[in-house]
Design a protein around this ligand. Structure first.
Ligand code: ATP
Length: 311
């Protein structure tokens, strides 16, 4: 069953649709990453999923039921893009109250355990939230998203503003929640993070999900370039002439150096052909590296019809 099903959803904010007729599904058990530039509509979409905002048109289903149903809401935990804490409570009191309001009883031990998981240790959990730093509030928001043990957890930029150690801790937590069967839907501006953690990725652009897939599928879809770098003994002059003609006829771009050649290919299926050229000309290869395009190359390189610029 799909954990999230978005069907022809539109959201109009004067003077235009910020989300314009988008449809996609997130399967149970996925870590699904939503990418988009500032203002692309990621938070608007999340707020519609959790029924804080109503779509202008379209339907959203969570675990097969309309997202407006109360029993569905109880299966979702969310870290929104805004803060909603009671300043005068400490984090233990806050999570206890939050869980109660959502119809779940949690023990103090469970709360302390969740706070530890997000990096809020015993030293700070008796402090009032109003004294918390930005990063501490972000961690509390993550704790709030998971305290009721929901099946679907939605994180809007879970690691933005956190220090490096906390980022690693939260990424580890997201993976371990997923390993326990939780479906994760997250946004992030950290492309390395999305690349590292997410099983599938959607790119939201101009109010439409332009593309969805695994990193490998996106690489193919965006015609991302593969770079081959090989180190070799210096070419002899006659070798160089022959190799140059053949490689330049198959490659987007070649950078020739005395003992290293960098070949940019549009298609990894060209690699065997490249190897054949080198072997036939008896080039003495010492080392070879294949550099796959990263999510950053894909995202910053442009969308479907704009191909990436080779480096
Ligand atoms: N209440 C509102 N009224 C009018 N326009 C709004 C409202 N909320 C958001 N918008 C507009 O909708 C668009 C999408 O905003 P949204 O916050 O969803 O983007 P985002 O992808 O989450 O951006 P960021 O990465 O900066 O958080 C923006 O152009 C924003 O100005």
């Amino acid at each position: 069953m799909s954990a999230i099903k978005i069907e022809h959803v539109t959201k109009y904010y004067k003077p235009k649709n910020v989300i314009d007729d988008i449809s996609f599904e997130v399967k149970e058990g996925e870590i699904f990453g939503l990418l988009g530039k500032n203002g692309a509509g990621k938070s608007t979409l999340i707020n519609m999923m959790v029924d804080i905002l109503q779509p202008t048109a379209g339907q959203i289903y969570i675990f097969g039921k309309p997202s407006t149903e109360i029993e569905v809401k109880q299966r979702i935990g969310v870290l929104p893009d805004y803060e909603a804490f009671y300043d005068s409570l400490n984090p233990v009191e806050h999570l206890n109250y939050f869980a109660k309001v959502n119809g779940k009883r949690v023990t103090r031990e469970e709360i302390v355990h969740v706070l530890e998981q997000v990096g809020l240790n015993k030293g700070v959990i008796t402090r009032k939230v109003k004294k918390f730093s930005f990063g501490m509030k972000k961690k509390l928001g993550i704790a709030q998203a998971i305290i009721t043990d929901p099946d679907l957890i939605i994180f809007d930029e879970p690691t933005s503003g956190l220090d490096a150690e906390a980022v690693i801790q939260i990424q580890h937590l997201i993976r371990s929640l997923n390993a326990r069967g939780k479906t994760i839907f997250m946004t992030s501006h950290n492309l390395d993070e999305i690349e590292k953690i997410c099983t599938r990725i959607a790119i939201l652009s101009d109010s439409n999900v332009m593309n969805i897939g695994t990193l490998n599928e996106l690489r193919k879809e965006f015609h991302a370039y593969t770079t081959i770098i090989f180190k070799h003994l210096p070419y002899k002059q006659d070798q160089l002439n022959l190799v140059r003609n053949q490689i330049e006829s198959m490659s987007e771009k070649v950078i020739w150096e005395t003992e290293q050649t960098k070949v940019i290919l549009q298609n990894e299926m060209q690699i065997p052909y490249l190897l054949k050229i080198l072997v036939n000309q008896d080039i003495q290869i010492l080392r070879m590296d294949v550099i796959e395009p990263s999510l950053e190359d894909i995202f910053l390189g442009g969308f479907k019809d704009r191909q990436l610029v080779p480096v």
